[in-house]
Ligand binder design. Structure first.
Ligand code: ZN
Length: 270
């Protein structure tokens, strides 16, 4: 089966047809769609979505920009609602404790939209979320932009092993090293055919560390179009092309990798 490990089906662009989008993913052969949360509204919507769609796997988290909503100026570039961040961390912990989560995410650090004055608070929230994932043995789905090395330091220091970097935009060489040395996973979005860095990761990551995602509605294979989970099928086809595998081999490998990210630590091999 195919897997989309990072998507945003609670985005307003799916509001009118989310059931059809999930149905298309199922028809395309997906066995799991991990819908990732950003802040209180999406976190709750994901739990609802998971009740009605058995292939939806809920990941709750705090996007680094939302995590510092109280530090942002009123005229900040992105539209960000303020909320009680510590209450949301407590909510995520309670849902993890109740066995309702498949992962913690997205979470991480951002140095693209945000400046250094926000870094200590970003890191505090990130560390809290890592703590929840480790306490309940859940994978972490990581967002990082321009803060890759610091993210890795914090993850390493915490001893986190079940880690997937989503849409990793740092140096490919560094990602390959972390996959080998730290055993972390990397999920590649649907635009890899027109993005040499993602194609390189598909080609060169240890085969047991490759995952697929869409970040839908973003990161579409066709610029400007809305992406959706079924788009992972073409990323797997590309993986097969780049490695000289059959599509079935590529699909099975990624599905096995997904299972090992979800499973108990220490049993997965590179
Ligand atoms: Zn995302």
């Amino acid at each position: 089966m195919y897997v989309d490990i990072h998507t945003h089906l609670t985005h307003e662009r799916f509001a009118h047809d989310v059931d059809a989008v999930v149905a298309r993913a199922r028809t395309a052969g997906l066995g799991a769609i991990m819908v990732n949360g950003l802040e209180p509204v999406s976190n709750r919507a994901i739990l609802e979505l998971a009740k009605t769609h058995d292939i939806v796997e809920p990941a709750l988290g705090l996007y680094p920009v939302d995590a510092v909503c109280h530090l942002l100026p009123d005229d900040f570039t992105l539209r960000v609602n303020r909320f009680d961040v510590d209450a949301e961390i407590a909510f995520i912990r309670s849902m993890a404790g109740a066995g309702r989560l498949s992962a913690v995410g997205e979470c991480g650090l951002d140095g693209h939209w945000l400046g250094p004055e926000t870094f200590p608070e970003q890191e505090r929230v990130f560390e809290e979320l890592i703590g929840i994932a480790m306490e309940y043995r859940l994978p972490l789905i990581i967002h990082t932009r321009k803060r890759e090395r610091r993210c890795a330091e914090i993850l390493r220091h915490s001893g986190a092993q079940k880690v997937d970097f989503h849409c990793y935009g740092g140096k490919a060489k560094q990602a390959l090293r972390w996959a080998h040395e730290d055993g972390w996973w990397f999920s590649i979005p649907a635009n890899a055919r027109r993005n040499e860095a993602f194609a390189k990761l598909l080609r060169e990551l240890p085969q047991a560390r490759v995952l697929t995602e869409t970040d839908a509605p973003y990161m579409s294979a066709k610029p400007g179009e809305r992406s959706e989970p079924a788009a992972v099928v073409d990323t797997v086809a590309l993986l097969a092309e780049l490695r000289g595998w059959t599509v079935e081999q590529a699909r099975e490998q990624v599905w096995t990798n997904y299972q090992s990210l979800r499973g108990p630590p220490g049993q997965d091999q590179l």
